[in-house]
Write a protein that binds this ligand. Structure first.
Ligand code: DNO
Length: 407
């Protein structure tokens, strides 16, 4: 198999163990030093120590290789003060740069990050029941508007939505009991796994207020400022940046969004033209917008595709979605896989050493034994295992069919 199969591991407290991951067939680990507060430098020692833990079993003598490599960092969070261009941003960017240098020294080749304001990925329901009893992550627009207008009571929120939707959201809100309201609030603002920020309702409103004068144009400038400083260092250090798109790929709470479309991507790749300033193709995030041509994005920007998150979503009539199984839903996974494998061939033809593009199955359903366990939403072992097995089969089938050689 030629794509590098990776798996996101949340560190020593993840209920999924390194051995589980190895048995699932992955060889690459995607993880972060989640314990380091946002804005602080990741030291070379801390990185080395975690890398050793991932790659070697030191509990036996002599130590034994686990057959795993730390291939991708996901993510070093970008501090809110950098995103908002506050006066101390240069100091924080300096810390970020130092982290990248340290990542380069210990030899981790890819760094995934995002530039979403206030909230990282956002859902309204982490346990949507599918017809076969499996549970999926979902973003329901009616619930979201119910929260925004009737629970958060954000100033001006009504202007963001159409009258019919607001009425529906009001009926939804009125039909919910206290527990259901609390659960919705926690799901939206308490932070999903990997999101390093978590808020109470008051803190959340205060955070939103900080953005009242920051529109897309200003926010894009702030991303540019960051990239102009960070990308050259990434190149020097041999660390390939891979920006993750907004999830979902549209504005939430009136906040700016600048990594949602191919146009956004083109802009930021142009800020510093190098394969070290690249992107994460998250098919589930970009794929929520019907106007994102995923296959075309790989064809046009493939040289800078540094990491792939493969998953599918199913849109609904209100612009919401739920996470489909990996080969179903709105994403043309066959087309995307074929395009990625073609990009890989191109790299091989010019002897690019990084032709084996790291990919991971993203956000599995909760199924089988995991339904009764405490798991990280979207990251339970069995659902991801199913996703990865399907993607692996798809890849092998495409390779054997010879379709990669067709124009
Ligand atoms: C969710 C993830 C995101 C992603 C970050 C990257 O499952 O895809 O949390 O890790 O946005 O910075």
């Amino acid at each position: 198999m030629s794509l590098e199969q990776t798996w996101r591991w949340y560190g020593p407290s993840d209920p999924v163990t390194l051995q589980d991951i190895r048995q699932a067939g992955a060889t690459g680990i995607v993880t972060a030093l989640h314990e380091i507060p946002n804005g602080e430098t990741w030291s070379e020692d801390a990185l080395r120590e975690r890398k050793r833990l991932i790659e070697w079993d030191d509990n036996i003598t002599p130590p034994k290789s686990r057959g795993l490599t730390w291939s991708v960092i996901e993510s070093i969070p970008v501090h809110e003060d950098i995103k908002q261009a506050r006066p101390n941003r240069d100091k924080l960017i300096e810390n970020y740069i130092q982290s990248i240098r340290n990542v380069g020294k210990v030899g981790i080749p890819v760094l995934c990050y995002n530039f979403m304001p206030v909230v990282d990925w956002t859902r309204t329901n982490l346990k949507m029941e599918l017809e076969d009893g499996a549970r999926a992550l979902c973003f329901d627009m009616t619930d979201f508007v119910a929260f925004d207008i009737f629970m958060l009571r954000r100033k001006g929120a009504e202007e963001s939505y159409e009258g019919e939707l607001i009425k529906k959201a009001q009926r939804r809100y009125e039909s919910m009991n206290r527990e259901q309201r609390y659960e919705l609030e926690r799901t939206i603002i308490a932070g999903l796994p990997g999101a390093e920020e978590s808020y109470t309702l008051e803190q959340f409103q205060a955070k939103l207020d900080e953005y009242k004068d920051i529109d897309d144009t200003i926010y894009r400038e702030n991303l540019k400022y960051f990239l102009e400083r960070v990308a050259p260092v990434a190149e020097e250090s041999g660390v390939k940046l891979a920006i993750h798109p907004d999830d979902p790929p549209f504005s939430l709470f009136g906040l700016p969004r600048v990594v949602s479309t191919e146009k956004d991507l083109k802009y930021l790749l142009g800020v510093y033209d190098s394969i070290y300033n690249g992107f994460t193709l998250c098919t589930g995030s970009y794929g929520v917008r019907a106007d994102n041509d995923l296959v075309g994005m790989v064809k046009r920007h493939g040289a800078k595709l540094n990491f792939a998150h493969l998953r599918s979503t199913q849109r609904d009539e209100l612009n919401g979605f739920h996470e489909a199984s990996h080969l179903q839903g709105d994403v043309d996974m066959y087309g995307v896989m074929l395009a990625i494998l073609k990009e890989q061939r191109k790299r091989q033809a010019v002897y690019r050493p990084d032709h084996s593009i790291p990919m991971r199955a993203d956000h599995g359903h909760t199924i089988l034994d995991d339904l009764d366990k405490k798991t990280n939403p979207g990251y339970s072992a069995i659902g991801l295992l199913r996703g990865m097995a399907e993607l692996r089969g798809l890849e092998l089938g495409i390779e054997r069919s010879g379709a990669v050689f067709n124009d």
